[in-house]
Write a protein that binds this ligand. Sequence first.
Ligand SMILES: [Zn+2]
Length: 272
Amino acid sequence: MPELPEVETITRELNRRIRGRRIEKVHVFRADALGNRSPEAFADDLYRREIHRVSRRGKFLIFHLRPRRYLVCHLRMTGKFIVTAPLRGPHPHHRLWFALDDGSLLVFQDVRCLGTLEVVARLSASASLERLGIEPLSKDFCPEWLTEALGRSRTPLKNWLMDQRRIAGLGNIYASEILFAAGISPTRPADSIDEEGASRLHGMTKRILRMAIRKNGTTISDFRRVDEKTGEFQNFLQVYGKTGEPCPRCKTPIVRIRQQQRSTFYCPRCQL
Ligand SMILES: [Zn+2]
């Protein structure tokens, strides 16, 4: 699933490609992403609105439209956007087409149909955005905040980091990588991390996320940038997916465990 760096990469590319374009027509081939909205109501809501800019909140993409509406999108496992010249007909996994005023198409493709698209008049009207916690690349995310927040929970640290209501944007890959960089075990209860540990965790969270954004995210299986390009951060992963390989620091084999039905990768010697 795309995490913060992947969604940030897509946001930047969409801004380069479709900023200022107007939506002339919406074709819905499969309506799963629209929840309870009818395809007609969804298309009406977007008709002839300009894509003023695209931004990100946690793992959500937000299209800012004029006259004012917001198209809030979560890609889930396999959702992606493609900008293309007009096509004769949809490919099998194309779910929606947004026909733009310069003749190009913005395609929403989703193999597993778990992605979501929601139109709201105000961002505060989006229940999914309202539930999100702090942005880890914002100024508000500081060592003091993290120390305080960790102290209020006994949840194992890896699960704590992935809870979108606490910090928005971290998933399985980056939680594992950040904990390795900080030298902290993924199974430690959140409230066992002292001020010094929280400060290290804070620093590494920002550092790993920024580095991954510079490398356009991580492509393991499904993630593609706009137009099927891949990210490059998979070449810089230290522990994720490396079961049995020597730890880059101490050569101890990397271990894989299950936490909340997800794989966690870590070095049992370096991460205490
Ligand atoms: Zn190690």
